[in-house]
Design a protein around this ligand. Structure first.
Ligand SMILES: Cc1cc2nc3c(=O)[nH]c(=O)nc-3n(C[C@H](O)[C@H](O)[C@H](O)COP(=O)(O)OP(=O)(O)OC[C@H]3O[C@@H](n4cnc5c(N)ncnc54)[C@H](O)[C@@H]3O)c2cc1C
Length: 375
């Protein structure tokens, strides 16, 4: 077999795991593996939830990627990709350098699409990256007694769990500081954190009642202005501090590439993770339109599966389909955390929900293990 050029765009959960897996699977081959990423650090994004509340330091949730890739002989190019040319099999970087490929794994993630909700842009706090999480920390430091707070999940947001984590962390933070502020929560989900089994919903309902947090399910945002969120059930929620999880959009390099059909930059894929248009392009993680919650776990599994399928494709073997599962640690402030598992197996779906300090410690331990393993 000729030596192939496999290019990975992005080095988050999807891209990092894909690159490591290619090296494992194609150990003694001449294939050339390249990762292009606009960041030279890996950020363990689930831990961003702790930054606004002074519960974590930035240094402890990241590591530099270059040494990791050097160790496994993967070429690392720290550049932003500005355009994809799937007909010609190359990508163009922001400095106009062209990188050719035989197989491409697109793991460029997604961005919050604030503009999709009328009036939302610039009004909501955010925790999607380090700098926005730090700005949120500053806002919280200025918070005063009695200020109304609204936390919510807007229609089409694909990772609702983050809002629950923020809600309970914020509740604990305010309690510690002895600041009393009325908090209201809303979500477009039919029930609290639905789609993950009965137990997580029931646990969250109990917590909401205990903490006297009023909430609305099955609602969408009509618009937001400087002081209120307008829900489609007629409710007008006044806020002084607002955090809404918006829908996602794909990255600029996809939005600006003419030869891709996409849904607001999110790329449609087959269950094999191949682009529906280009069979040598695999799309993993937040960047694709695979159903199910968008998580680091899903991105990681998809990165690994994309590699498995590329190797199968090289050998003209049938490809494997992606199967979604849930392994999720949801932080719950003073109550610790909730661990939720829904895992398909030959014996049926294995489910487990457990909460308390143990899942919280497991989440912390998992982060340390992950950073140690890959750095
Ligand atoms: C606060 C918070 C809490 C979360 N909690 C959890 C949790 O508990 N469990 C869980 O499983 N998931 C959690 N998630 C979700 C998880 O972090 C994401 O689903 C995951 O990061 C998606 O991985 P990805 O590789 O698809 O994309 P990303 O992590 O977004 O990585 C994309 C990569 O592409 C690079 N890139 C983007 N555009 C370009 C370009 N044009 N050129 C070159 N490089 C580019 C970026 O620099 C980055 O390296 C959480 C997320 C947040 C924000």
């Amino acid at each position: 077999m000729n030596a192939m050029r496999i290019v990975v765009i992005g080095s988050g959960f999807g891209g990092l795991n894909a690159a490591i897996e290619i090296r494992k699977k194609l150990k003694h081959s001449q294939h050339e593996i390249t990762v292009i990423s606009d960041k030279e650090e890996f950020i363990f994004r689930p831990s961003l939830i702790w930054l606004p509340f002074h519960k974590h330091s930035i240094k402890k949730l990241s590591f530099p990627l270059r040494p990791t890739f050097e160790k496994i002989s993967v070429r690392f190019i720290e550049k932003s990709v500005k355009s994809l040319m799937p007909k010609q099999n190359y990508v163009i970087c922001n400095d106009d350098v062209i990188i050719e490929y035989d197989y491409l794994i697109l793991a460029s993630g997604a961005s919050p699409d604030w503009a999709r909700i009328k009036g939302l842009e610039g009004k909501s706090a955010s925790i999607y990256d380090v700098s926005s999480a730090l700005k949120t920390r500053e806002k919280l430091e200025e918070m005063e007694e009695g200020e109304p707070i609204v936390i919510g999940v807007a229609q089409e947001n694909p990772n609702q769990g983050i809002a629950y984590e923020f809600l309970f962390e914020l509740d604990a933070y305010l309690n510690e500081r002895r600041i009393k502020c009325p908090i209201t929560f809303f979500t477009y989900e039919k029930e609290l954190f639905d789609g993950n089994g009965k137990e997580p919903t029931e646990k969250l309902e109990v917590l909401m009642a205990e903490k006297q947090i009023p909430y609305y399910c099955n609602v969408s945002i009509e618009q937001v202005d400087d002081g209120k969120v307008y829900l489609n059930n007629g409710e007008r929620l006044p806020y002084s501090f607002l955090l809404v999880l918006p829908p996602y959009k794909g990255k600029e390099c996809i939005l600006s590439s003419k030869d891709f059909e996409h849904e607001n930059g999110i790329l449609p894929v087959h269950e094999t993770l191949q682009s529906v248009q280009w069979e040598n392009i695999y799309v993993v993680g937040d960047a694709n339109n695979i159903k199910g919650t968008k998580t680091g776990r899903a991105a990681e599994l998809q990165g690994v599966l994309a590699v498995e399928n590329i190797v199968k494709q090289m050998h003209h073997e049938p490809l494997r389909s992606f199967q979604h599962d849930t392994l999720y640690f949801m932080e719950l402030g003073k109550e610790g955390a909730m661990f939720i598992m829904n895992k398909p197996s030959k014996q049926g779906t294995l489910t487990c929900t457990t909460s308390g300090m143990m899942p919280h410690m497991m989440k912390r331990a998992f982060e340390s293990y992950y950073l140690l393993k890959f750095s």
